[in-house]
Design a protein around this ligand. Structure first.
Ligand SMILES: Cc1cc2nc3c(=O)[nH]c(=O)nc-3n(C[C@H](O)[C@H](O)[C@H](O)COP(=O)(O)OP(=O)(O)OC[C@H]3O[C@@H](n4cnc5c(N)ncnc54)[C@H](O)[C@@H]3O)c2cc1C
Length: 447
């Protein structure tokens, strides 16, 4: 495993750029955002070159947990409070369009990525989290968002793990294998005629009516540049105030035996993420493992890169997994890995146009929920470039909250992270050793 087990079977990198190229659009980064941009721009008949420092999927796109959710902003009540009703509705439509787009990409390009459209359950693990989950469900109902509040009896009927005491089922979306998905997009972008150069880090972006991108053994001139570099964007000297680079960690178990699978129930295979301030996530894989983690994020001063795996965090994630799934105490953890996300203070993506000649576009800061949104980046970038209105206008017509410079950023991160972790620890202490008691049958409430 180099960066994540999802990429164990990736092909060898394509040759690096040598010499000079001239294209309509140069895309920096070959994750979901870069590859979906290449696909959408080729559809518009533009010539496209993608420059990737390592290989497609090397970033978060090849390392994530694979939950396809309609999450946008921190949570619905705070989104509504900060953005107002009209923009909140527009952002929710955008999030829905993004999931539908993932499903279309998988279908149109025959991407075999084990996509399971089973939805995701936002899960309380203690009564202390019920009030916020119920409030989110009420706001969702007001805004016409589809979902189902799962009380104890409904959780029982779905055989969801007993650590969950109340759930909010998001039926749109599900789970997929992120490595297979990003490699499928890589194939589709190349089949569509995009040039992809791997092992080709961009060291400088020289602006002009036509921009020039410099790489170790070549350069590209392009009328437009798309920054699809997410957590690495500040390293290019761009969008420093758009967000903060945070490190997230995951693990996977060994494959469960049939008897262990039966013990845990979970027959609907829904993705699960908890209602903590810093969520935990759990999902089943096609080969019968559980992939879980998140819960804590790490940040370094000045966007420096941190090791992918922190042993202390790995031990804490394993301890939480044991608490949530006591019936699987004999199931060993097989691997730990991690990757960087990019997060703005308002948890909303940054998509827009900049540069002295207004020809440097960006699509970044997915706040750890980029499978749908970064996959939709291409549609947004194409709309922006061609001057069309589109669902993405909900993002590019707003001014995002600027992230402060260092050392304020680092201090603010630790203050906020410390306060949220304290709240989560209180829930976890109260939930210790407790599980949902089996219920008599009743029905889930549709809203
Ligand atoms: C551990 C983890 C779990 C996650 N779980 C989920 C989840 O369950 N659901 C969900 O929706 N989202 C999840 N995410 C978030 C999601 O993976 C990201 O939002 C998404 O992959 C971002 O895609 P991207 O294309 O913008 O960036 P990335 O995939 O990070 O791609 C950026 C690329 O740019 C390249 N690059 C950087 N600098 C340069 C340069 N100078 N020159 C050339 N190339 C460069 C990098 O090598 C990289 O390949 C998770 C993220 C992590 C890390």
């Amino acid at each position: 495993m180099e960066v994540s087990p999802w990429l164990d079977l990736r092909p060898d990198p394509l040759p690096a750029l040598e010499g000079e190229r001239d294209v309509d659009v140069a895309v920096i980064g070959a994750g979901y955002a870069g590859l979906s941009s290449a696909l959408a721009l080729r559809r518009e008949g533009l010539s496209v070159a993608i420059l990737e420092a390592r290989y497609a999927g090397f970033g978060a796109s090849g390392r994530n947990a694979g939950h396809v959710t309609p999450t946008i902003g921190k949570d619905l009540p705070s989104l509504l409070r900060l953005q107002g009703r009209e923009r909140t509705r527009a952002l929710l439509e955008l999030a829905d369009a993004a999931i539908a787009h993932v499903e279309r990409l998988i279908h149109e390009h025959a991407i075999d990525c084990h996509y399971d459209p089973v939805g995701n359950v936002v899960s309380a693990v203690h009564e202390r989290q019920h009030r916020s989950l119920e409030r989110a469900a009420r706001v969702a109902a007001e805004l016409g968002v589809k979902g189902e509040l799962l009380d104890a009896a409904a959780l029982d009927r779905r055989e969801l793990p007993r650590a969950i005491t109340l759930g909010w089922l998001e039926p749109h979306g599900g789970v997929l294998d992120p490595g297979r998905y990003v490699l499928g997009l890589r194939r589709a972008a190349r089949e569509a005629g995009a040039l992809l150069f791997e092992e080709t880090p961009v060291s400088a972006l020289v602006e002009g009516p036509r921009c020039e991108l410099r790489t170790p053994r070549g350069r590209v001139r392009a009328g437009t540049v798309v920054l699809a570099t997410n957590a690495w964007t500040p390293r290019l000297g761009r969008l420093r105030s758009a967000g903060m680079r945070l490190q997230v960690q995951l693990f996977r178990t060994r494959p469960l035996t049939a008897e262990e699978r039966a013990r845990v129930g979970w027959s609907g295979r829904e993705g699960i993420y908890t209602a903590h301030e810093a969520l935990e996530s759990y999902r089943l894989t096609a080969d019968g493992r559980i992939v879980g983690g998140a819960k804590e994020v790490r940040a370094a001063f000045g966007d420096r890169e941190l090791p992918d795996v922190d042993p202390g965090q790995a031990a804490r994630l394993e301890a939480v997994f044991r608490a949530r799934f006591p019936e699987l105490r004999d199931v060993a953890i097989a691997d730990h890995w991690g990757g960087p996300i990019f997060m703005g203070l308002d948890f909303l993506p940054r998509v827009g146009r900049g540069g002295r000649h207004a020809n440097v576009l960006h699509a970044v800061a997915w706040a750890g929920h980029g499978i749908p949104m970064a996959s939709y980046a291409g549609e947004m970038v194409a709309d922006l470039l061609l001057g069309r209105d589109g669902p993405g206008a909900a993002l590019w017509s707003r001014r995002g909250l600027p992230t402060p410079p260092e050392p304020l950023r680092w201090l603010a991160f630790h203050a906020i992270d410390g306060a949220l972790a304290w709240l989560d620890r209180r829930v976890d202490r109260a939930a210790r050793g407790r599980q949902r008691a089996p219920q008599v049958p009743s029905t889930g409430r549709m809203v």
